[in-house]
Design a protein around this ligand. Structure first.
Ligand code: 0O2
Length: 211
């Protein structure tokens, strides 16, 4: 017998798979046009059941209200090389008509107390199931590679310390968040040099492939 969680998570799994194809497709289209892509790579995941239960408990979300109140059971991440690319990607998402944006959270201009930076777009996405259409919430996080590096490290430490960081670690994490931000700023300043070099590099790779 198919378990209750499998049934509940089925549309979320389908949404993540479909959106991974669609959002990765955006990158491919830039590549085909021979212009630098604002999207470096895309990942996606369905929140593990244990994390859903954990978050529901922490945020007092009744299990029969998960669909409406937990926005990130289905999650996608779009990584960009440069901070300015984030705006471009958000604008591309706003122009799509295969989902409806329900909320945007800008943790880049308004970083979280932890030091976390990222831009979150929550969308309502229609999934075609055998019994009809089901609209589900999906959270798309858009961030630079540096923001992603920091968030990944902080997330593992958070897990280790169950969110109760020793003061020293907390302070260091805030400083590393600033360092990541500075790295993004410096990279932005030499963006055109970097993109020129990347274009030369990919032309060389293509030529090698044709040999
Ligand atoms: P996981 O393991 O990534 O699924 P809240 O959970 O209260 O912070 P809310 O209202 O659920 O926030 O939505 P929000 O603000 O969009 O944050 C949800 C997700 O953003 C988190 O999911 C993380 O992926 C990421 N995030 C938010 N704040 C931080 C942070 O300080 N550090 C890191 N590393 N990631 C953050 P989950 O459920 O926490 O975790």
């Amino acid at each position: 017998m198919v378990k209750h969680w499998d049934l509940f998570l089925a549309p979320y799994k389908q949404a993540v798979e479909e959106l991974k194809v669609k959002l990765k497709g955006m990158r491919t289209q830039f590549e085909m046009q021979g212009v630098p892509s604002p999207i470096e790579f895309v990942t996606g995941r369905v929140k593990p059941i244990a994390s859903i239960l954990d978050k529901a408990q922490k945020k007092n979300i009744p299990l029969d209200k998960l669909e409406e109140e937990m926005q990130d059971i289905a999650g996608l991440r779009m990584m960009c090389q440069f901070v300015d690319d984030i705006k471009i990607v958000v604008e591309l998402l706003r122009q799509r008509n295969d989902f409806e944006i329900v909320e945007e959270r800008d943790y880049i201009t308004q970083k979280k107390e932890s030091g976390y930076r990222s831009y979150h777009v929550v969308v309502r996405y229609p999934v075609q199931m055998i019994h009809g259409e089901k609209k589900i919430l999906v959270e798309i996080q858009i961030r630079t590679l540096a923001m992603n590096f920091w968030a990944t490290i902080e997330h593992s430490l958070n897990y280790k310390y169950s969110g109760r960081f020793p003061e020293e670690i907390k302070a260091r994490l805030q400083r590393t968040a600033e360092a990541a931000y500075l790295l993004d700023e410096e990279m932005s300043k030499i963006r055109f040099e970097i993109q020129e070099a990347q274009a030369v590099f990919s032309r060389k790779q293509e030529a090698k492939g044709e040999e």
